[in-house]
Design a binder for this molecule. Sequence first.
Ligand code: HEC
Length: 145
Amino acid sequence: MSPATKLIIVIVGLLSIAYAVWYFLPWSMSHRENMMQSGSLNIPQFSAIALQGREIFNENCAKCHGENAIGTNQGPPLLHNIYNPGHHGDNSFLRATESGVRQHHWPFGDMPQQPQVDKDQVFSIVRYIRELQEANGIFYQRHQM
Ligand code: HEC
């Protein structure tokens, strides 16, 4: 085999490896999200309050936080362990809705305040999110910092 042929084989080999990494890395990062969208998400039997909350959530919050709270490209999933009740208590929902949220955990920008949603409606949204979280294994964990 001539040195030139060997060189070509090495280059082609390296390019294939680079391509494989480029192709599979994003795939594995979005894998969890795809899993949730493709049906391993548990939808519980919601309480009556949570059902009201779901409606209000879908009208006011889902365009950023996603249907079933799994997130979109405009906002984070609330079905996520960092929003377990020990880290983000029920009042953080009220604060977020009344005053908005400055970007701090995610790269989506600030959350604008949602003054059209009143306090009782926020607490029904909280019931909805908590029941959805519990059905998917997200429980209270004491926040340590
Ligand atoms: C325009 C998009 C948008 C809408 C609409 C929206 N949010 Fe958000 N929300 C965000 C973003 C973005 C963040 C994450 C900010 C960060 O931590 O970087 C966020 C964060 C939150 C948090 C976490 C607050 C904290 O203390 O970290 C809660 C709770 C929340 N949203 C609830 C809601 C509820 C309830 C609604 C509907 C009434 C809603 N959001 C509507 C974009 C949105």
